[in-house]
Design a protein around this ligand. Structure first.
Ligand code: DP6
Length: 368
C-alpha cells in the first residue's frame, strides 16, 4: 500500500447527521520509536504490546453543514476543552487529503479516558487512534454502496490499515493501538508486511509464556513532562549516535521475533530493558540533553534487579518518554509480583498509585 491508496475518491453526503463511538487502548513499546522524518515517518521500526484496560473512549457526532471550513468542538470528560483543539486541528489538516468529507460536516468530539487524566500516562496513542477509528466509521457510512464488490474481509483489512495510517498522522505511536496483541510499525526485513505508513498486527509465532502478559504501570510522576515526545524525536536529527541506534532497533526487533517464538524470557528481559535504557540514553546524549527519569525511577529499577537476583522471577521494566515505570511479567507471576509491588515498589509511586493492566486485543467499536 502507498499513501495514495488511502485517498478517498468518492463519497456521498446524503446523511445529515450520525454518531459513532470507539474505545481504543494505549500501547507500550518493547522496541522503541524515537526519531522521525518527513510526514510522521519513523526512523526505525518499533513493536508494542497493545494494552487492555487503559483506553480512550471517543464518540463523534457529525452534522452536515454548508461552508467548507473545518468545524469541530472537543469535550473531555463532559466539559468543553479548548486545550486539545490545536492538536486536532493539525491532525485534520494532515489527513484531509485522505478524508475530504472532513470539510462537509461539523464534528462534536466527546472523549474520556479509563485512566486518571493526571497520571502522566500519555493519552495521545489511545486518543488519536480513537478519533481515527471514529472517522473511519463515518467514512464507511458515507461510502456505503460505493464499494459493493469488495468482500467484508478485505474491507475490514482496509479499514484497520487506513485507521492506523490516519492515527500515525496524529501521533506516531497511535498507529500501534488499532489491533492487538503485538503490533509492528516501520519497515524492517524480519517482518515481511511491515510498513512505515501504518502498524501491522504481528503474525509471527508467539509462545504461551506471553499469553495475558501483565503490565503494571508505576506512577512515579503524574505531572506534565518537561520535554514532549515531539521535541525529543526532533533531537534525533544530527544526534551523534542516531545511525547506530536506528540500526540497533532493526536488530533488536529481529531478535525479539525469535524470542517471542521460543518463549525465552531471560532473553526477553535483556532486550526490553536495554531498549528502555537506550531510549533514555538518547535523551541524555542529545543536544540539548535532558533527563526524564526521576530518582524514584532508578530506585524502582534497582529494586527490580535485586528482586530478580534473589528470586527466579522474569519481571522486567520498560519506560516510555517519562518517569513512570512499566513492569512487565508473565501471568503465572501475577500474585507474587503484586505482593512485591505493594511491599517494595508502591512507596516510590506518587501517592502510592499504580495501574494494573495486561496485553489486549485492540480497539472496540461501541456504536455505529
Ligand atoms: C517513547 O508517538 O508520542 O513512547 O509521533 O510525536 O506523537 P509523536 O510521538 P509519540 O512518541 C512515542 C515515543 C515513545 C516510544 C514508543 O512508543 O515507541
Amino acid at each position: 500500500m502507498t499513501a495514495q491508496d488511502f485517498i478517498l475518491k468518492s463519497y456521498h453526503t446524503t446523511i445529515e447527521t450520525g454518531s459513532v463511538k470507539w474505545a481504543s487502548p494505549s500501547n507500550i513499546a518493547l522496541v522503541k520509536y524515537w526519531g522521525k522524518k518527513g510526514n510522521q515517518i519513523p526512523e526505525n521500526p518499533s513493536i508494542s504490546f497493545t494494552l487492555s484496560d487503559c483506553k480512550t473512549i471517543t464518540e463523534i457526532t457529525y452534522t452536515k453543514k454548508e461552508d467548507t471550513n473545518f468545524s469541530f468542538d472537543v469535550y473531555f470528560e463532559g466539559e468543553k476543552n479548548e486545550a486539545f483543539k490545536p492538536k486536532i486541528q493539525t491532525f485534520f489538516e494532515r489527513i484531509e487529503t485522505y478524508m475530504p468529507f472532513l470539510r462537509n460536516y461539523h464534528f462534536k468530539i466527546d472523549t474520556s479516558n479509563t485512566f486518571p487524566h493526571s497520571s502522566g500516562i500519555a493519552s495521545s496513542a489511545s486518543g488519536m487512534s480513537a478519533i481515527a477509528l471514529c472517522l473511519m466509521s463515518i467514512e464507511k457510512e458515507l461510502t456505503k454502496d460505493t464499494n459493493s464488490n469488495e468482500s467484508e474481509e478485505s474491507h475490514n483489512a482496509y479499514f484497520n490499515q487506513k485507521a492506523s495510517f490516519l492515527a500515525r498522522l496524529g501521533s506516531g505511536s497511535a498507529c500501534r493501538s488499532i489491533e492487538g496483541e503485538l503490533v509492528v510499525w516501520g519497515e524492517t526485513e524480519s517482518v515481511s508486511d511491515s510498513s512505515d505508513l501504518y502498524g501491522v498486527k504481528f503474525e509471527g509465532e508467539v509462545h504461551d509464556n506471553f499469553k495475558n502478559y501483565q503490565d503494571t504501570i508505576l506512577l512515579v510522576d503524574k505531572g506534565e513532562k518537561q520535554v514532549s515526545s515531539t521535541v525529543g524525536h526532533k533531537l534525533m536529527f544530527g544526534h551523534p549516535f542516531a545511525k547506530e541506534r536506528f540500526s540497533q532497533a532493526h536488530e533488536n526487533l529481529a531478535k525479539l521475533k525469535a524470542i517471542l517464538a521460543s518463549g525465552n524470557l531471560d532473553a526477553f528481559v535483556k532486550i526490553v530493558e536495554s531498549e528502555a535504557l537506550t531510549l533514555h540514553a538518547m535523551m541524555m546524549t542529545s543536544m540539548p540533553y535532558f533527563i526524564l527519569m526521576k530518582p524514584n525511577t532508578l530506585e524502582i529499577i534497582n529494586k527490580i534487579w535485586a528482586y530478580r537476583e534473589k528470586t527466579n522471577s522474569k519481571v522486567c521494566f520498560t519506560l516510555d518518554a517519562g518517569a513512570n515505570v512499566h513492569l512487565l511479567y508473565p501471568e503465572s507471576e501475577k500474585v507474587v509480583i503484586l505482593k512485591f509491588i505493594q511491599t517494595e515498589l508502591a512507596s516510590f509511586c506518587e501517592n502510592g498509585h499504580y495501574i494494573c493492566d495486561q496485553i489486549g486485543k485492540g480497539a472496540e467499536l461501541i456504536m455505529e
